[in-house]
Design a protein around this ligand. Structure first.
Ligand SMILES: Nc1nc2c(ncn2[C@@H]2O[C@H](COP(=O)(O)OP(=O)(O)OP(=O)(O)O)[C@@H](O)[C@H]2O)c(=O)[nH]1
Length: 429
């Protein structure tokens, strides 16, 4: 869990900062009221603090003396200040603080909370900087490192493409225009052929004399543009804004693809991802199958223990499915029905499904002091190869058989064939 150190002698401001930061899911705040206390907390556990939020004017450190102390323990610092001037700004930028924020109203704290989250996320965020000037590369690297970003560098477009190949998880590219071998526009065109604006952000950089370059960069597919020379603050704001945009799009996309209750993928995403995966697997002549899984007598759980208990059971089963079928595409199709696309040998899968069914029946759920168990029926099909939809229909038919035969069982293609043969022979007799 990310921990934030707040160093503030004004109790109400400290409480406000704590409340706003702890509003971010998973964040914990430790408040200290002076420099001495902050130093000993940070020394006790320097690894533990993701970032520190520091009041510049503390009773025992009135001129920001605590800032370099925390930085020497590798804790990035965001400064809160009650006054502001050019001299202070220069001092803060020279010290290498992540940002300085004027404590004037509540929106300053909202901004700080967003920044705290950004700094934490930046630790796993890769940025590629492309410029043929060593001095620009080293300045950008220093500025971006202050923001805790992982910086990778290249000196021209061709080298940048190589770096992207080595690090496909790069999220942001900052690129100059005028470079040898391959310029910034050509680089952007090549990058955009592979990744859209909401997957990879690109910021163009060029000297302020080249007036029309900004429009040209944007038309070529850049998300944003910065004129050189630029201030640390402008770089920080543009980089953060672009990374926040990517994260928000990813969150929206994820919310659209997932079932709200169980957080498993929904039916829509199952088909979008599953159809190409199915065709690719069939084309490669590898085994592929679908399992339809349904909780037995689920209505009774709702009726007996309440709808909340039913929801807990659904989440419990979803968590088990995610863990035990982590290599498969798992979705909640609706109600108490789940669907799995499994790319594995049918015999192995059949055994795995049966073992899973058994485990479900032996893992009780607790709600309000009540403990209850439930069972599942599973239909598995792997012998149909014309389409994913046909495979799902076959699995569904097998699930129907499992319910008909008494529930709490797995019925696969071979079981269904055997049972049809048995009933045909009974009819013949
Ligand atoms: N708690 C809860 N119940 C749900 C949810 N979605 C659907 N249900 C309930 O799931 C129950 C499904 O009942 P049935 O279709 O009769 O199936 P069943 O009782 O499991 O019986 P069989 O499938 O034949 O074994 C209904 O009572 C729905 O209201 C949900 O998200 N949460």
């Amino acid at each position: 869990m990310p921990k934030v150190l707040v160093v503030e002698d004004n109790r109400s401001l400290a409480s406000m900062a704590k409340a706003m930061i702890e509003d971010i899911p998973g964040f914990e705040v430790v408040v200290t009221a002076n420099g001495t206390e902050a130093r000993s907390r940070a020394q006790e556990d320097p690894e533990g603090f993701s970032v520190a939020l520091v009041d510049l004017n503390l009773p025992d450190a009135p001129n920001g003396e605590i800032v370099p102390v925390l930085q020497s323990l590798s804790i990035p610092v965001i400064v809160l200040t009650g006054y502001f001037g050019e001299e202070l700004r220069t001092k803060m930028v020279d010290l290498g603080v992540v940002d300085y924020v004027l404590k004037k109203n509540i929106s300053a704290y909202e901004y700080v909370a967003g920044l705290v989250k950004r700094v934490h996320l930046n630790r796993n965020t890769k940025v590629l900087v492309v410029d043929d000037s060593p001095s620009v590369l080293s300045m950008l690297t220093r500025y971006l490192n202050i923001q805790c970003l992982k910086v990778i560098t290249a000196t021209n477009g061709a080298e940048a493409l190589q770096r992207i190949g080595e690090h496909p998880d790069i999220k942001l590219v900052l690129t100059d225009y005028n470079m040898p071998v391959m310029d910034g526009f050509e680089l952007i065109l090549q990058l955009r052929a592979r990744q859209h604006k909401d997957q990879l952000a690109i910021i163009g950089l060029s000297s302020s004399g080249e007036g029309r370059l900004s429009a040209h960069f944007l038309k070529s597919g850049a998300n944003d543009f910065i004129s050189k020379p630029f201030s640390y603050e402008e770089l920080l704001c543009r980089v953060n804004q672009n990374l926040d945009y990517l994260d928000q799009i990813a969150e929206i996309r994820d919310a659209a693809n997932r079932d709200y209750l169980t957080k498993l993928y929904n039916r829509r995403h199952f088909f979008i991802t599953g159809r190409p995966l199915f065709h690719q697997t069939v084309f490669q002549q590898k085994p592929v199958g679908v399992a339809m899984l349904d909780i037995d007598y689920f209505k009774r759980i709702n009726d007996q223990y309440g709808h909340d208990a039913g929801d807990i059971a659904l989440r419990h089963l979803a968590a088990m499915l995610s863990t035990e079928f982590s290599d498969s595409l798992v979705a909640r199709f609706g109600g108490e029905e789940f669907c799995l696309l499994i790319c594995d040998d049918p015999d192995t899968t059949r055994h795995k499904l049966d073992a899973f069914r058994e485990r479900v029946s032996q893992s009780p759920v607790s709600q309000d002091g009540h403990h209850f168990s439930f069972q599942v029926s599973i239909g598995y099909a792997s012998s149909v190869s014309e389409s994913l939809d046909a495979l799902i229909s076959a699995a569904d038919a097998n699930l129907y058989q499992a319910k008909e035969q008494g529930r709490n069982r797995v019925v696969s293609d071979s079981d269904a064939t055997e049972s049809q043969a048995a009933s045909a022979s009974t009819r013949r007799r």
